[in-house]
Structures are given as C-alpha cells and as structure tokens.
Design a protein around this ligand. Structure first.
Ligand code: ADE
Length: 225
C-alpha cells in the first residue's frame, strides 16, 4: 500500500511514522508513506496557500490551485483508489472504514487547515471525507495520523500475530473481553479460573459472554447495528 499525505505541516505528522508498529510496517516495505508540502506547489514568492473568503467572514480558506497542482502531479504518476479529505464534517472514522481502506493500493490524504479548503477541491478531487470525531482540531494532520495508524495495522503482515487484529474491539461490533497475564494472583486479585481450564471452546464461550456483557454495559448502541 502507498499513502501520500498532503499537508502544510509535514513536521507535525512525521513522528508517528518513526516509531513502533508504523515504523516496522514501513521498514518491512508493507506500506510506503510520502509527505508532500503544499507550499512546494505554490507559484508566488510568499508561497501563499490560503486567502480570504469570498462574501466575507472570519478565517482563511485554502486555495484550489496548489492543491490541484499537487494532486494532479501524484495522479499523473499512478492511479489512486481514494482521495481523502480530513475534515470535522466528514464521515466519522470507524473500524469498518479502516478495514475498507486497508485493502486499497494507493490513497491520498489531504489535511485541511484554517477554515478549510475551497469547495471546488471537495467537488472535483475528493472521493471520501473523514472526521475522527465530533470536535475541531487545528488541522487535519493529527486526524491523518490516527487514520493511518488504524489502517496500517490491518495490512496483512504488519501485526506479529496475524489473528490479533481480528480480535480487536469493534471488529465484530463487540468490545474486546478482559485479558490477563502473569501472575495468576496479585494482592489476592485472582485471574478467572476458566482461563486455566485448557478447555478452549469453554474459554472462547466465556470470552464471547464477557465481550457481550461489556458491550451491553458500555456501548449498547453497537448491539443495535
Ligand atoms: N480537521 C479538523 N478537525 C478534524 C476532525 N475532527 N477530524 C478530521 N480532521 C479534522
């Protein structure tokens, strides 16, 4: 998979890709992540990427031309499955969207800033708009990092244990059941006996019950879907 991220603040985005699972995925050539600074696609001496809103109103708007130049250059080099715009009024990111995107070959992610981008960018280039939640960030970069993390960990081979992403919370619309490790007893707090039974169907059934109970208590809305 190849991800091209268009941003005015590449330095804000780089560190999540320089550590942990994302770095391992990049080092193992399971994913390529490229950053493109929008200011490199400006034509004036001031490297202007934003301007005042037509019709008046507070806040600057990202201009169509540098974004067009950047996206058009990328599209001339390869085909893209999706051109995603990170914005608080997009579709809320879910495990389903992450699963869907993890199967794609090439995607572009455009990070917004200020008031956002000129509507013509959204009308003519963007194929999907994603929000990471109902709150406003100062730019799309942190949202793009969250999206990339959620997607990249699902690419086959990225996680050490191939089945581990399948048992995550949300994969089957259930939250994950409780998990335990050594010691078997700590300060009198005991690990549930069933986990030592060696009876795997029974353990599986216990986990399903716990996952259901936990979901019912904390996220009953997931059970309605
Ligand atoms: N840009 C600003 N706020 C955002 C959000 N909640 N999700 C994605 N991108 C954003």
């Amino acid at each position: 998979m190849r991800i091209d991220i268009i941003t005015v603040l590449p330095e804000l985005l780089k560190s999540p890709f320089e550590a942990s699972i994302l770095k391992r995925a990049i080092d193992a050539d399971l994913v390529e992540v490229h950053f493109h600074n929008l200011r490199d696609f400006t034509t004036d001496n001031y490297k202007t990427i934003d301007d005042y809103q037509f019709g008046g109103g507070a806040g600057m708007v990202m201009m169509v031309e540098p974004i067009d130049k950047c996206i058009s250059k990328l599209k001339s080099e390869r085909n893209y499955d999706e051109v995603i715009y990170m914005t608080p009024d997009g579709e809320t990111l879910s495990q389903g969207i992450a699963n869907h995107l993890s199967l794609k070959e090439n995607i572009i992610i455009l990070c917004g800033h200020y008031k956002g981008v000129d509507q013509r960018v959204r009308d003519h280039f963007i194929t999907k708009e994603i929000s990471i939640g109902d709150y406003v960030l100062s730019g799309g970069e942190l949202g793009a990092a969250v999206l990339c993390d959620a997607v990249i960990r699902l690419i086959p081979g990225v996680l050490g244990n191939e089945t581990s992403a399948l048992t995550d919370s949300f994969q089957d619309n259930l939250l994950a059941p409780p998990i335990y490790t050594r010691p078997r007893e700590y300060k009198g707090w005991k690990v549930p006996e069933v986990l030592f039974s060696g009876n795997f169907p029974k353990i599986e059934k216990w986990r399903e019950e716990k996952a259901f109970e936990h979901t019912k208590n904390r996220r009953p809305d997931l059970l309605d879907e």
